[in-house]
Ligand binder design. Structure first.
Ligand code: HXC
Ligand code: NAP
Length: 308
């Protein structure tokens, strides 16, 4: 290889190198722009579950690109603390609002409040979800229903309210955060797997029905993402200590900033002709990751015993 080319290759980070992230629900200490900093200038995004994990980082990255945000979930104290961090780091506005996505009245009240504050909403990120490891045989009827109510019903409820109160007249973008769990029937995940598969189906139905109102609807399916509640609950540390992430084609878990960048692409005009599809952002994980029922069951029973 020509020495000049070799030197340039050594200096240039690879195109699979992850951007900076922090494992806590705090803003990034430094940020290097890859997209235009104005790509979402003066847009407003309504982000369910935006007070923690992936939703928090999506709020931060959107705000760093000029967007104002509404972050909505059940725990108002955590949301208010998150909003303060987001405003301090980005200088954009952030409105924390109490919502249970299973209760349409709370969504309607929150959307009215958000519209009173911002006059319009352009983007909806359906990110709120509930999950835990549990084999189907140990799952109560109510546990299964609870996860479907939050993930599937919640996504429909918030989408319908925003469509009727806002997107129907002025267009908009919806990004549904789903998962790859159903692609291979992931062990101990029948509840979340079926809930997210239903959301991927909903994405297609709503894209077809709402396209003529200039609404784009897409799913974004992350793989294992470090520094999140999902990672903690679904055995991320256990997988890491057993070198299970070596089997992922990109050989590592993802980080929250990577998912936020994918959400930014889908929400932005760069994706103006993209609707009704699922963007899988998982390092190729679902193609190769282990799905060993007895090993997962062993891990789950150890965890359950430790909790007692
Ligand atoms: C089995 C459980 C359980 C567990 C709760 N339940 N936790 N069953 N194993 N670990 C059962 C309860 O016993 C009850 O059934 C029913 O579920 C409802 O429980 P509640 O606590 O009353 O529900 P609620 O207060 O509404 O809380 C919802 C929740 C909770 C999902 C259970 O954990 C939550 O609020 N989670 C939000 C945060 C979260 O989960 N983040 C991770 C998202 S990660 P009974 O029969 O006793 O009444 C994610 C990753 C996807 O989604 C893909 C990753 C690759
Ligand atoms: P998280 O921080 O626990 O995020 C879930 C959020 O949902 C919380 O902020 C929670 O806030 C909110 N929420 C839960 N129930 C709600 C309800 N009934 N009404 C309103 N809000 C509710 O977990 P995360 O790991 O970042 O997950 C974020 C999203 O990514 C989820 O959709 C998840 O399925 C998806 N995902 C995560 C991973 C991963 O590796 N982490 C992988 C694939 C997909 P409150 O408690 O305040 O309500």
């Amino acid at each position: 290889m020509n020495p000049e080319t070799e030197a340039t290759m050594l200096e240039t980070p690879s195109l699979t190198q992850p951007p900076e992230d922090v494992d806590t629900d705090d803003c990034l200490s430094t940020y290097s722009y890859l997209f235009s900093p104005d790509v979402l200038k003066d847009r407003v995004a309504f982000i369910t579950g935006g007070g923690s994990g992936i939703g928090f980082r999506i709020a931060e990255i959107f705000m760093r690109h000029g967007c104002h945000t509404v972050i909505a979930s059940r725990n108002l104290q955590r949301l208010s603390e998150a909003a303060k961090k987001l405003v301090d780091a980005t200088g954009r506005r952030c409105l924390p609002l109490c919502v249970d996505v299973r209760q349409p009245q709370t969504i309607m009240a929150a959307v009215d409040q958000a519209l009173a504050e911002f006059r319009h909403i352009d983007i909806l990120i359906n990110n709120a979800a509930g999950n835990f490891l549990c084999p189907a045989s140990a799952l109560s009827f109510n546990a299964y229903k609870t996860v479907l109510d939050i993930d599937t019903m919640g996504t429909f409820n918030v989408s319908k309210v925003l469509f009727e109160k806002c997107f129907q007249d002025r267009g908009g973008v919806i990004v549904n955060i789903t998962a790859t769990l159903s692609y291979k029937g992931q062990a101990l995940q029948v509840h979340a797997g079926t809930a997210k598969a239903a959301v991927d189906a909903m994405t297609k139905h709503l894209a077809v029905e709402w396209g003529s109102s200039k609404v784009r609807v897409n799913s974004l399916a992350p793989g294992p993402i470090s520094g999140t509640e999902g990672f903690r609950r679904l055995g991320g540390k256990w997988a890491e200590s057993g070198n299970l992430f070596d089997s992922i084609p990109l050989q590592r878990p993802g980080n929250k900033t990577e998912i936020a960048h994918s959400a930014l692409f889908l929400a932005s005009p760069l994706a103006s002709y993209v609707t009704g599809t699922t963007l899988v952002a998982d390092g190729g994980s679902w193609l190769t990751s282990a799905n060993n029922f007895s090993a997962m069951l062993g891990h789950w029973s150890t965890e359950v015993k430790q909790d007692k």
